[in-house]
Design a protein around this ligand. Sequence first.
Ligand SMILES: [Zn+2]
Length: 123
Amino acid sequence: MSLSRRMEKQRLDDYRKRLLREREELLGLVARAQEEGRFADGEGTQDLADKAANSYTKEFLFHQSSNERSVLQLIEEALARIQEGNYGQCVHCGGPMESKRLEAVPWARHCVPCQEMQDQGLL
Ligand SMILES: [Zn+2]
């Protein structure tokens, strides 16, 4: 029997709802960042200081939205794992993830030891 089948359906459902809510929010932020990025392009009548400020803003928005995009990707993967019935298992070692970890980061892919290895570039 897989881990997530052992995970109560109710709890799994709570994670799924949280992930969906989080995804909704991030999609809104990404859309807004794209909108502001377009706005920051301006109409070509700015002086150099404006241009510098705008390219800084664009850079900032770009990095911010690429962070959001990678979290979105992780959320999609977590939702797929719920569907496949292996949510709550580390994608690397297959071990169970602590519920504390899932509470904090419901889209986490790795258990704590594997995450530490990945952070150190060992994975
Ligand atoms: Zn692991």
